[in-house]
Design a protein around this ligand. Structure first.
Ligand code: SF4
Length: 322
């Protein structure tokens, strides 16, 4: 019997939940099909279909959906509004399934939700087609495996692996070769800005190529980030923003030479966080380079600014790396 293919767009919260989603569908006997890395065709498709006001990461998400919809039977469109108590992701995530339906013109969506009343790993968060189409025991068992996969994935990243490396180690048993050493540099931003090498013009590889060891937010446990922010006069209720500010502080404590902040142009929640990060960078004397990503980001200008910043760090600290 032909196995049903579930399309999973490699965009937005894929970089946090992708391995768990794949394990869940596999355990149910379905075939998860993850879209390929972002490229020009995907970006162009998303830009063409989205309204202008939408941020770059959402356009990229729509591009992935458009380019993979004919290869799958169902398309996963998560509605992850909240993944932690009293915190929220971003208003754009609320209407993501509707935006996708509008863009893709397909009713073959699987909407997996997570909000204040039902966490992503609960039965009622799952797409109704899954709940009604499979025995409850089997669904619960698959959810349990997905949750364990997520925990293992997070532990691998906290052990120093980048998300793509952790995913390969978890799902394919491929352990990456580690090249130790090099001065530490922080890279902060939303996961879909940091780990999509097409939209950030290969930022991680560029930093590594210059001899730096890259630290990213996913290398810190959530509870450590919460502790780090406990002295804020008012708690931040954007989960993604908390990660940025909390890990900026933790990276400073770890002695990074500087921090590169990749932000999505036209991102509402980031307007506040980026201001807080800038102020803290000044107060701590920690060099910060903030780069905005949009569909018009030019490679030459981006790389020149990044290289100038790295040269400055090397001179300031007397590093002799490449
Ligand atoms: S947090 Fe910002 S970048 Fe992310 S989806 Fe929302 S508006 Fe877009």
């Amino acid at each position: 019997m032909r196995r049903i293919k579930i399309g999973i767009p490699r965009a937005l919260l894929y970089y946090w939940y992708g391995p768990a989603w794949q394990v869940f569908f596999q355990e149910l006997g379905l075939t998860p099909l993850v879209s390929g890395p972002t490229g020009k065709a995907i970006l162009d498709a998303g830009v063409k279909t989205a309204v202008d006001e939408v941020c770059l990461p959402v356009k990229v998400f729509l591009g992935h959906c458009l380019t993979m919809q004919t290869r799958c039977d169902r398309l996963l469109t998560p509605r992850y509004i909240s993944v932690n108590k009293d915190e929220f992701i971003c208003p754009k995530f609320m209407g993501l399934p509707e935006m996708t339906r509008q863009a893709v013109g397909s009713g073959r969506q699987l909407i997996w939700k997570s909000d204040q009343h039902c966490h992503w790993d609960s039965l009622k968060a799952l797409p109704p087609e899954i709940i009604s189409g499979f025995p409850r025991n089997r669904v619960m068992k698959s959810l349990k495996k997905a949750k364990a996969a997520l925990e293992a994935y997070q532990l691998l990243m906290q052990g120093g692996l980048l998300p793509a490396e952790a995913e390969a180690a978890l799902l394919q048993g491929r352990t990456p070769e580690r090249t130790e050493g090099g001065p530490l540099i922080g890279l902060i931003g939303h996961p879909y800005c940091l780990y999509d090498a097409f939209i950030n013009l290969g930022a991680v590889q560029l930093l590594q190529g210059q001899g730096f060891k890259v630290m990213v937010p996913e290398m810190f446990p959530a509870r450590q980030i919460t502790m780090e922010l406990r002295n804020l006069s008012k708690p931040l209720f954007w989960t993604l923003g908390q990660r940025i500010l909390g890990t900026f502080r933790l990276m400073w404590e770890k002695g990074v030479a500087g921090v590169v902040y990749l932000s999505a142009f036209a991102c509402g929640p980031e307007a506040l966080i980026s201001e807080m990060v800038k102020r803290e960078s000044k107060a701590k004397g920690l060099p910060l380079l903030k780069l905005d990503l949009d569909e018009h980001s030019g490679e030459a200008g981006f790389i020149t600014r990044m290289e100038a910043f790295l040269d400055l760090l090397k001179r300031k600290r007397g590093y002799s790396c490449v």
